[in-house]
Design a protein around this ligand. Structure first.
Ligand code: ATP
Length: 293
């Protein structure tokens, strides 16, 4: 096999809690993550050259086409570990908005690891791929495993759970143009820790129980809290405005994903999501309709 294309799916955080700081300086988190149908496509092709060279192209010029790209880093890691001396071309069809809290870079990284595994018949298990991926980014193991999972530790300890039914809900995503630095958001969260502990936090064990028991979303949503919204939402009031528009449009729940700034709304009626999306797209061109997977 000389070429393979792998789908790279976006995720949202149905809930996100920061539990504290680990001795290594990373934050300990607990998150409930679910993949979406919104996806990039990552193609890897052997160039036929016996020189170890990598080339990366993308249909979006804002995506880095060098060794800062996580898909590139995935290929380098596999070449190093498995002594692969062959040229590889990577092409990314970029559909997941960037710097959005949707793990687009991590999804491309996961797809590139999977593609190398298949192209070079390495026979690595999902667990082994996740272990390698964890070294490249804390969302990468989830992107490899997929589905719905509770993520603990720095985000890399995964437990697969039942997610929201893809046939029952439509997901509306809306990304305001403002950029958000994930590191900065965590830093501000730590600085305001004394205030943060007094705010509502999600009970993710209860939320998982509710999803497993098919408890109505109108009830389960009480634990769909993202504590990073206390930081990003305060800095960017537009996040609250988008959430309000989604709720007014009929969303059962609307929250920020990851460190932001993308807001998602979960709708029971697709037509209501479509109508709300059309309204929001006037002001925010990066508005997308998708579903869970
Ligand atoms: P997360 O939800 O994991 O915080 P994000 O949605 O905030 O991710 P990404 O779109 O994954 O952010 O990318 C953030 C930065 O990573 C970009 O500004 C870009 O420079 C770099 N990057 C590296 N590889 C990629 C990639 N394959 N696609 C997009 N950005 C990438």
């Amino acid at each position: 096999m000389n070429e393979i294309t792998i789908d790279a799916y976006a995720k949202i955080n149905l809930a996100l809690d920061v539990l504290g700081r680990l001795p290594n300086g990373y934050h300990e988190v607990r998150m409930l993550m679910q993949q979406l149908e919104l996806k990039d496509r990552v193609t890897l092709r052997k160039t036929g050259s016996s020189r170890r060279e990598i080339r990366l192209t993308c249909d979006n010029e804002n995506v880095p086409a060098d060794n800062t790209n996580l898909a590139w880093q995935a290929v380098v890691l596999m070449m190093d570990l498995y002594e692969i001396a062959e040229g590889i071309e990577i092409h990314i069809e970029k559909r997941i908005p960037m710097e959005a809290g949707l793990a687009g870079g991590s999804a491309d990284c996961a797809a590139a690891l999977k593609a190398m595994n298949i192209l070079f018949e390495l026979d690595l298990t999902t667990k082994e791929l996740c272990r390698l991926g964890a070294g490249l980014g804390s969302d990468v193991p989830f992107c490899i495993q997929g589905g719905t999972a509770v993520a603990g530790g720095t985000g890399t300890d995964l437990t697969q759970v039942k997610g929201l039914d893809p046939d029952r809900y439509t997901v509306l995503l809306c990304k305001p143009p403002e950029g958000v630095s994930t590191g900065e958001v965590y830093r501000k969260y730590s600085e305001r820790m004394a205030d943060m502990v007094t705010r509502p936090h999600p009970d993710i064990v209860r939320l998982v129980g509710d999803l497993t028991a098919d408890t109505p979303l109108s009830q389960a949503k009480k634990d769909m809290i993202n504590v990073l919204e206390y930081v990003t939402g305060e800095d960017l009031p537009v996040i609250g405005e988008i959430e309000e528009a989604m709720l007014e449009g009929g969303a059962v729940v609307s929250r920020m994903t990851g460190s932001g700034p993308t807001v998602f709304g979960i709708f029971e009626e697709r037509t209501a999501a479509e109508r709300t999306g059309v309204g929001l797209a006037d002001r925010f061109p990066q508005t997308y309709l998708t579903t869970f997977r």
